[in-house]
Design a binder for this molecule. Structure first.
Ligand code: FE2
Length: 384
């Protein structure tokens, strides 16, 4: 009887549940020149929205701001993982945003009983911002890191030496940020909370899936946390004078390897990626850009590190890319730095697991600095 009374009381709002909390995020995803996705997580089910305001010097609450909700099949979504797409933005523009989540205390039939609201503080604090991409931007800068394998101290070092607030446009996670995804907590503890602490609420990161992100019970939820414009782990963006292709090579060993327990189907997946890539390199956006930069976790480099996955990449992706006037390909995976000019029709930089790449692209071309964890530049490559 007591339990029934408590349930009724909760539904009627007599008792307020413990205050809802934002426990991860917000972080920006799939930022383009006109849209962006804001991601965050609450500790309990909630109905969530994002309010957006221009950076015009007026207070966030100067007027009612447009609200964006996560919807599916015409219905606003209730849950703990919030993925809100903001649309109708202008290229090369910074917008302020605030997130809000209204806790759901109970649902009975069609009735929903709401509790407290948690939101980012835009009363006194400076609001977080969405910087949209801009094909007309004359100079862009970004940081690339890979094979972090959940070692947050590496990220901290890379960001300390390579990330410059107000100058760095984006960060690229070029695969193997974690060793496996046995739980979603692995992603937060492995790198995502550190990314949010340093930059990810205001500067976008673009994730290139590595072979290790394909492993673990929750690896199939990858796109729920890292949504893209294609709905797949492979996608493109344009920023400044450059067209970027984020590729996915799947796993490294043959599909029937015992490590995959009969779940791998990457031979067919790589065919799917190659078919997509054919259409991408024929697009006007790709052809009209001054530079074309490819990110791919596993490098198609001849030698004893060429396993089944990289061999298929060499056979299936390279013939397409070799005819696409690619400026440079940036890879990771083998944990060792190397530079190649004889493996494809374009140069390939393989970044190690203890360096980051600091890249600047402007009218003079592409400059890639290989920066170690102490901030020393180990090598520099320039491409026209
Ligand atoms: Fe890898």
């Amino acid at each position: 009887m007591k339990r029934i009374l408590l349930a009724v009381a909760l539904f009627c709002g007599v008792y307020s549940a413990q205050a809802i909390k934002i426990i991860h995020g917000p972080y920006l995803q799939a930022v383009t020149d006109t849209e962006a996705t804001i991601m965050w997580v609450t500790d309990v089910d909630a109905l969530s929205w994002v309010e957006v305001a221009p950076e015009d010097g007026k207070h966030f609450y100067y007027r009612d701001r447009p609200k964006f909700y996560q919807t599916d099949m015409g219905k606003r979504i209730i849950g703990t993982v919030h993925q809100v797409r903001v649309t109708g933005l202008k290229p090369g523009t910074k917008y302020r945003y605030a997130i809000a989540s209204k806790e759901v205390l109970a649902q009975k039939g069609n009735r929903i009983h709401y509790g407290n609201i948690v939101s980012t503080n835009v009363y006194r604090k400076v609001a977080q911002t969405i910087p949209t991409l801009d094909p007309k931007k004359e100079s862009i800068e970004f940081v690339v890191m890979n094979d972090v394998h959940a070692k947050n101290e590496k990220m901290e070092a890379y960001l300390t030496h390579c990330f410059k607030k107000g100058e760095t446009d984006m960060v690229i996670f070029n695969g193997d940020m974690v060793s496996s995804i046995p739980s979603i907590e692995t992603l937060y503890k492995g790198f995502l909370d550190t990314a949010v602490k340093h930059f990810a609420s205001d500067v976008p990161f673009y994730y290139v899936r590595g072979n290790h992100e394909t492993r673990g019970k929750y690896s199939g939820d990858y796109l729920k946390y890292f949504p893209t414009t294609t709905g797949k782990p492979y996608y493109t963006i344009t920023h400044g004078n450059t067209f970027f292709i984020m590729l996915d090579g799947g796993e490294d060993k043959p599909d029937n390897n015992i490590e995959y327990y009969e779940t791998a189907a990457y031979d067919d997946y790589r065919k799917e990626v190659a078919e997509w890539l054919k259409t991408v390199v024929e697009s006007n956006e790709c052809k009209s850009a001054k530079h074309r930069v490819v990110f791919l976790h596993m490098p198609p480099i001849e030698g004893h590190k060429m396993w089944h996955g990289t061999r298929q990449i060499q056979e299936m992706y390279l013939p397409i890319l070799n005819n696409a006037n690619i400026s440079v390909m940036l890879c990771g995976h083998v944990h060792k730095y190397s530079y190649h000019t004889n493996q494809a029709a374009f140069p390939i930089v393989v970044n190690s697991f203890e360096d980051a790449l600091k890249v600047k692209i402007d009218a003079n071309g592409i400059k890639v600095d290989v920066v170690d964890m102490a901030g020393a530049i180990k090598a520099t490559h320039s491409f026209k």
